[in-house]
Structures are given as structure tokens and as C-alpha cells.
Design a protein around this ligand. Structure first.
Ligand code: NAD
Ligand code: IPM
Ligand code: MN
Length: 338
């Protein structure tokens, strides 16, 4: 029997509440399938661990995780630990160390999910965001000069490498070709006169290799407006790290809310484990109340099943979520349930 080694990190706030449900689902799927099993190892690398040890994970944490087939995670972040520490020392370290340069985030309105937009049909909101996930605005490069002095200066670099842009844009073109979908590139070359001009240039270069793929290039400000006014305009979307972060929370808002939005952080070469987690945070405002919506986490399990080669299970999970909507008996308060 095939065995998959899964590393689980429950996270802070609502993280453990939703990850616990996701793990139950994974175990249940393995039981029903009968041809594979999950060996799940949980790691306590959350803010409590930081407050005890001064680190979010042990020094050899990345080496430990490299032995797993996939990582399954809930959000970290707690009001008494600075966010840039909890996130840079764990989540962003994992994404970068394992070269998970593709972040796949579906923005899809499921049948029965609440949508705040007027006159929108289910099929009008069906996007797949390919977010650059290894560099760009999240390169972590910069400096803090003359700290605390009147002439204090802070510099945060955006780092856009040719290799980094080409690989994620090519990945998005391949997806668009595979599904016969249009590809939209979202950037901001009019203001970011180095990084985004370069991004647009590379997008146009690679476009030449895919004459069969219909494309559109949009500026991020207009794109965010069109996501609300004309969501049907978007199918596969490729964009930078920060724009992808922001636009997918907007995407969550128009397709059922944060409790339904999932993301997969993929190392396409499969040299390292990929990471699966909902896109929402630790939601301190509702933590501990047992009302967190676990459906985004289920959707992440679906993405993990796809990645491991069990696309039928992946699809079944989405069908089950839609069934919950049609039954309307078992939903969390954010979806109008109790
Ligand atoms: P958030 O996503 O945690 O919450 C935004 C709003 O959405 C809140 O009102 C919250 O209650 C609601 N919400 C989120 N998930 C929900 C769910 N499953 N069910 C029902 N409602 C849900 O964003 P935030 O408040 O900006 O961030 C809180 C903390 O999480 C911060 O420390 C932030 O840095 C961290 N964060 C971590 C990750 C991660 O580790 N992957 C991702 C995003 C934010
Ligand atoms: C996300 C989160 C992270 C990001 C933060 C917590 C660093 O917002 O996964 O969307 O910006 O990538
Ligand atoms: Mn985010």
C-alpha cells in the first residue's frame, strides 16, 4: 500500500480548529480508498513554540520537513508576537526553502455559496490565480538605516529575476493551454518602472511561444475593479507575489468569503514538498469560539489530493462542499449557518 508522509502544523488562533477537521477528512479518504494511507506527523511550530524557544521552528526544521511528501498547515499569527517574525521564520521560510514558486489559488463560486455581487451567475466567477511565490515584493531584501534617528530611512526592494518571472509565467501559460482558457497577466508597469516593465516584457516574450492561448494584460488597479464589475473576464491569472496576495483576498470576498478560499504552494519540479493551506489567517477575532469555517481547509485537502495524483478525490471534495450548500443544514455562521 502506498504511504504518504504528511507534516502537519496546526497554526495559531483558528488554525488548529480547521486543520483538525482537514486531518479527519484526510484519514477518512484514505480509509475509503484503501489503496493508500497517510502517515501524519504533527509539529508544534506555532507562536507558543516561539514564546518558549525564541524561534518558530528548530534550526534543522527545514531539513526535517524535506523528508515529507507534503505539508499541511493552518495559519500562524498571534497579537502578542510580531507578524513579520512569526511569518518570516516559518511560512515564508518554508515557501522559499522549498522553492514553492507557484501559489495556486482558485477563485470559484460554488453552487450555493454566498456572493455579494449582483446578478452574477455561478459560472461567471471561475478563476485560477497563479501567484508568483518566491521573490518579487516578498524577496525580503532591504535595509533600515539610521534607526530611531530623525533621518531614518527604510528600503524594501522588489526583486524580479528573469528566471523567477519566466518560470511562473510559463507555468501559467501551460495551465491555460491545458484547460483551453484565457490567461490574464496583472502588473503595474506604468508606476513600477523597473520591476513591472520587466514583468510585462517577459510576459510578452513568452506569449510568442503560445500563439494558441488568448491573453490579456491589465494594470492591477483596473484589474481589481474588473474582478468586481466583470468577474467573467478572468480565467487563468498570473501575477506577482504581493498583487496575488491582495487580489486573492478580494477573490475570496466575491466567492463565498475567507472561509472558502484555499491555496497550494507548489514546487512544480517536486524536488521539495509542496504546502497546502487555506489562504485566511489565524482570525483572532473568532478564535476559540468553534465557529471557524473549515471548508477552505477541505478545499486545500482537495488541492493536495490533486497534487498527489488523486484528482477524483480532489473533485469529490469540491462536490461534497457543494452538497453541504444545497443541504444548508451544516454551515458555519459566516455562511449563514449556526
Ligand atoms: P484573517 O484572514 O485571519 O481574518 C480576516 C477576517 O476573515 C476576520 O474577520 C476573520 O474572522 C475572517 N475569517 C478568516 N478565516 C475564517 C474562517 N475560516 N471562517 C470564518 N471566518 C474567517 O486575516 P487577519 O485578521 O488580517 O490576520 C490575522 C493573523 O493571521 C495575522 O497575524 C496575520 O499575519 C496572520 N495570517 C497568517 C496567514 C498564514 O499563516 N497563512 C495568512 C494570513 C494571515
Ligand atoms: C497569505 C498570507 C501570507 C502572504 C502572509 C501571512 C505572509 O497573507 O498566505 O495570503 O502574504 O503570503
Ligand atoms: Mn494573504
Amino acid at each position: 500500500m502506498k504511504k504518504y508522509k504528511i507534516a502537519a502544523i496546526a497554526g495559531d488562533g483558528i488554525g488548529p480548529e480547521v486543520v483538525g477537521e482537514g486531518l479527519k477528512m484526510m484519514r477518512h479518504i484514505a480509509e475509503l480508498d484503501g489503496t493508500f494511507s497517510f502517515e501524519i506527523t504533527e509539529f508544534p511550530w506555532v507562536c507558543d513554540y516561539y514564546l518558549e524557544t525564541g524561534r518558530m521552528m528548530p534550526e534543522d526544521g527545514i531539513k526535517t520537513l524535506s523528508g515529507f511528501d507534503a505539508i499541511f498547515r493552518g495559519a500562524v499569527g498571534r497579537p502578542d508576537v510580531p507578524d513579520h517574525i512569526s511569518l518570516w521564520d516559518l511560512l515564508l521560510r518554508i515557501r522559499k526553502s522549498f522553492d514553492q514558486y507557484v501559489n495556486l489559488r482558485p477563485v470559484k463560486l460554488l453552487h450555493g455559496a454566498p456572493c455579494p455581487l449582483k446578478d452574477v451567475k455561478r459560472e461567471d466567477i471561475d478563476m485560477l490565480f497563479v501567484r508568483e511565490n518566491s521573490e518579487g515584493e516578498y524577496a525580503g531584501s532591504g535595509s533600515w538605516l539610521f534607526k530611531g534617528k530623525p533621518n531614518e530611512v527604510v528600503i524594501q526592494d522588489g526583486v524580479f529575476s528573469r528566471v523567477g518571472c519566466e518560470r511562473v509565467i510559463r507555468y501559467a501559460f501551460e495551465l491555460a493551454r491545458k484547460y483551453g482558457k484565457k490567461l490574464t497577466s496583472i502588473s503595474k508597469g506604468n508606476a513600477l518602472n523597473y520591476s513591472m516593465v520587466f514583468w510585462d516584457q517577459i510576459f510578452n516574450e513568452i506569449k510568442e511561444e503560445y500563439p494558441d492561448v488568448q491573453t490579456e494584460s491589465l494594470l492591477v488597479d483596473a484589474a481589481s475593479m474588473f474582478m468586481v464589475r466583470q468577474p467573467e473576464r478572468f480565467q487563468v491569472v498570473v501575477t506577482s507575489n504581493l498583487f496575488g496576495d491582495i487580489l486573492t483576498d478580494l477573490g475570496a470576498a466575491i466567492s463565498g468569503g475567507m472561509g472558502l478560499a484555499a491555496g497550494a504552494h507548489i514546487n512544480p519540479e517536486r524536488k521539495y514538498p509542496s504546502l497546502f493551506e487555506p489562504i485566511h489567517g489565524s482570525a483572532p477575532d473568532i478564535a476559540g469560539k468553534n465557529i471557524a469555517n473549515p471548508l477552505a481547509t477541505f478545499w486545500s485537502v482537495s488541492q493536495m489530493m490533486d497534487h498527489l495524483g488523486y484528482e477524483e478525490w480532489g473533485k469529490l471534495i469540491i462536490d461534497v462542499i457543494e452538497e453541504l450548500f444545497s443541504e444548508r443544514g451544516m454551515l458555519t455562521p459566516d455562511l449563514g449557518g449556526s
